[in-house]
Design a protein. Structure first.
Length: 700
């Protein structure tokens, strides 16, 4: 067996190296649970890597909304979102024919404002290959990313975490450190490119400083952090910070003098150029602060280019870098027991993700919102179209802490500002608020607290992670791109079968649809009885209606109509998508108003572990109604007399709250209602049992 073959075999088996016993023991130590609240967290660490989408990394991971998503959207063509147009044909997600994607130097797809909004295409989500190239559809597996997958299995992976902007690195990183990108036009904003011209809006670390909360940027200085035009980005990708410390593009940091807080905490770092570029020394300052117990309350980690996972750099280099960070933390068990580490990615980097991101409506023709959308729509300029800033595409996030062990999935909607919100929740006491975050974004993106179990954190077993010694760079060279060639015979990727434990979510949503007798329109009423704001996305099977979005706050409702007969449509085909697999789909016909017409309502019964279906027959004849449970394959037949209503209680306890029902009328096959989702009861449950099933429910 060749050296490279043996290396890949060992990597796949998780045996390339084993963690020292001291680290394994530290990872198994119990969390600090003195108060059993978020106040037990004393250190928050944010490690932001580069340019990978969720599907690109974790589409094959068990128990997340990946390639086996039973409720993936359809394109305007009627085909599944996976079938992306590619000239006269189409392209499915594919793994390039290489031995090890973890050590593959992929080309860097386009990922700017224009090409990303063009791929999104107003929510149609059907122009990825045309704007990003074939590399956009590549993906990895557990074999390629054993360390990343082991982290997800050991801790908590967030499968509804989005980048903040449909655009490049800097605008997304501004959201991490400032909550926005100068959206109101002041201070040199809004900045939707990597212009790095120098800006004058406030930053969240300044608020931390004012509140007496300690913070620090851990980075390497490269060729210097003070010279305009450098700011840590060098021609040597194994040193510096890749220009990813976006605080240094704000004038107050550029002008900060040595010895002042902004300079000392944001403009200092290691200097491995003076130490033979030894990568182990990249985290020397962090290592010393952990060992001495002087880690600040809030830490930001910024890696050199080669370790950021930005294409064309190998994911393995990033895995090695991340493992060093975790090893250092685990070397101080007491500090580890009080620390929350967020590993996430700044943007999707041009790689495809199938989930259409939640966005505010650009106007009433695009939907409605109970939350003001102030400063969330870019007005456009000579080179860039007007469009919502975000949310952007899904990007990986793993929450690594003693309170997030257990291999959970969390499906609440988050973005980069959620990191600020978590810091606010822990250290603010109501007094620390980043006012740059817009009302719409603050409402829609959660604060990440749902990813933790502070009340009972010490119920999970010992954590064991594969070693990463084999991933350390063997040289300091820049490697050429691999030639990405799609397969001749295409097939959908297989997602790992099975479920994983799932964190409780704050969503309780309803979308009630009904054909209207006057004018032949279809009306949908959106209601939110949960505790978090949600975005509904409505897609039509007709090109006459573009995608629309509806943002609804807790305790509020919205209504809108889709005109059918007046524009020559005989049929209604509308689908409503929401968080965590929520679906309401309505198919019927205008002519059906005088034949078989139903009024179907689904009501949650969280205390009773069930749902209640209320089905009204609005027609003048008996309706033979069939209710198909797509999880079990069993059907319920109900004869409903003319102008009568029946109510049926269905248990969802066996599937931990998951339901997927298709309601149809025997005498009129054109009438179909599809209701699916999850009943939240405030308790942890399991991921969607349909994920990864061979039948690929919902993709017939």
């Amino acid at each position: 067996m060749s050296k490279s073959g043996r290396r890949n075999f060992l990597k796949t088996m998780g045996l390339a190296a084993t963690l020292p016993g001291s680290i394994s023991r530290a990872l198994a130590l119990p969390a600090n649970d003195h108060t059993r609240t978020i106040r037990d967290v004393e250190h928050i660490i944010i490690l932001t890597q580069e340019n990978r989408s969720f599907d690109h990394y974790f589409g094959t991971l068990r128990g997340v909304r990946g390639f086996g998503d039973p409720r993936a959207v359809n394109l305007p063509s009627g085909k599944s979102v996976w079938s992306q147009p590619n000239g006269a044909g189409e392209l499915l997600p594919f793994r390039p024919d290489v031995n090890d994607m973890g050590m593959t130097f992929l080309p860097d797809p386009p990922h700017g404002w224009n090409d990303t909004h063009a791929a999104w295409n107003g929510g149609r989500h059907d122009q990825w290959v045309a704007n990003k190239g074939v590399a956009t559809m590549t993906y990895h597996t557990r074999r390629d990313l054993p360390y990343h997958y082991a982290l997800a299995d050991a801790f908590t992976v967030c499968d509804a975490n989005h980048c903040s902007v449909m655009g490049p690195t800097d605008p997304n990183r501004y959201h991490i450190w400032t909550g926005w990108l100068g959206n109101n036009g002041a201070g040199g904003g809004p900045v939707i490119t990597n212009a790095e011209a120098g800006y004058d809006w406030s930053s969240f670390p300044e608020r931390l400083e004012q509140a007496g909360i300690s913070w620090k940027i851990y980075q390497d200085i490269g060729a210097g952090l003070t010279a305009a035009g450098y700011w840590g980005w060098t021609g040597d990708p194994y040193i510096g910070n890749y220009g990813d410390n976006s605080l240094l593009y704000l004038h107050q940091y550029q002008n900060a003098l040595p010895g002042t807080p902004l300079a000392e905490k944001a403009k200092t770092g290691t200097n491995i150029l003076a130490e033979n570029r030894d990568p182990v020394r990249l985290l020397n300052i962090f290592r010393a602060d952990v060992a001495s117990g002087n880690l600040p309350q809030v830490s930001y980690i910024v890696a050199p280019e080669a370790y950021t996972e930005h294409p064309n750099w190998a994911p393995d280099f990033g895995a090695w870098y991340v493992s060093q960070l975790i090893d250092i933390l685990a070397s101080n068990p007491d500090l580890w027991s009080k620390t929350a580490l967020f590993l996430h990615y700044d943007e999707e980097g041009g790689f495809f993700d199938h989930q259409v991101p939640p966005t505010p409506p650009q106007g009433t023709a695009n939907g409605l919102s109970t939350v003001p959308t102030t400063n969330e729509i870019y007005p456009g300029d000579a080179s860039h179209p007007s469009a919502p800033y975000g949310l952007g595409m899904r990007v990986p996030m793993i929450v690594i802490s003693p309170w997030s062990k257990g291999g959970y999935v969390n499906s609440q909607v988050f973005d980069h500002t959620s990191l600020i919100r978590f810091i606010e929740a822990r250290f603010g006491g109501g007094l620390l608020t980043e006012t740059n975050i817009t009302p719409w974004r603050r409402a829609v993106a959660g604060d990440l607290t749902s990813a933790f179990d502070f009340a009972n954190p010490n119920r999970t077993k010992k954590v064991v992670l594969p070693g990463t010694d084999a991933y350390k760079p063997k040289d300091f060279l820049v490697h050429p791109n691999v030639d990405v060639v799609p397969p001749v015979n295409q097939a959908m990727p297989r997602q790992e079968p099975g479920v994983r434990p799932a964190r409780a979510l704050p969503y309780a949503l309803s979308a009630h649809g009904l054909l209207q007798a006057s004018g032949g329109s279809f009306k949908i009423d959106f209601q939110n009885t949960g505790s978090a704001t949600a975005v509904f996305q409505v897609r039509s099977g007709s090109s006459a209606h573009g995608p629309r979005t509806y943002t609804v706050e807790p305790g509020k409702a919205l209504s809108d109509s889709w005109f059918l007969g007046s524009i020559g449509l005989a049929d209604c085909d509308l689908s409503v998508y929401g968080p965590n697999g929520f679906l309401r789909a309505f198919q019927g016909s205008v002519s059906g108003l005088r034949s078989s017409q139903l009024d179907v309502t689904l009501v949650y019964d969280a205390p009773g572990n069930g749902i209640r279906l209320v089905i009204g027959n609005l027609s003048s004849r008996t309706a033979e109604v069939r209710v198909l449970d797509r999880y079990s394959g069993e059907s319920l037949e109900i004869d409903i007399q003319a102008r009568q209503t029946v109510s049926k209680h269905l248990s969802v306890a066996d599937l931990a709250g998951w339901y997927d029902l298709v309601i149809s009328v025997g005498s009129d096959p054109g009438i179909v209602y599809h209701f699916a989702g999850h009943v939240e009861n405030g308790k942890d449950s399991i991921s969607d049992p349909a994920l990864g099933q061979e039948s690929r429910m919902g993709q017939e």
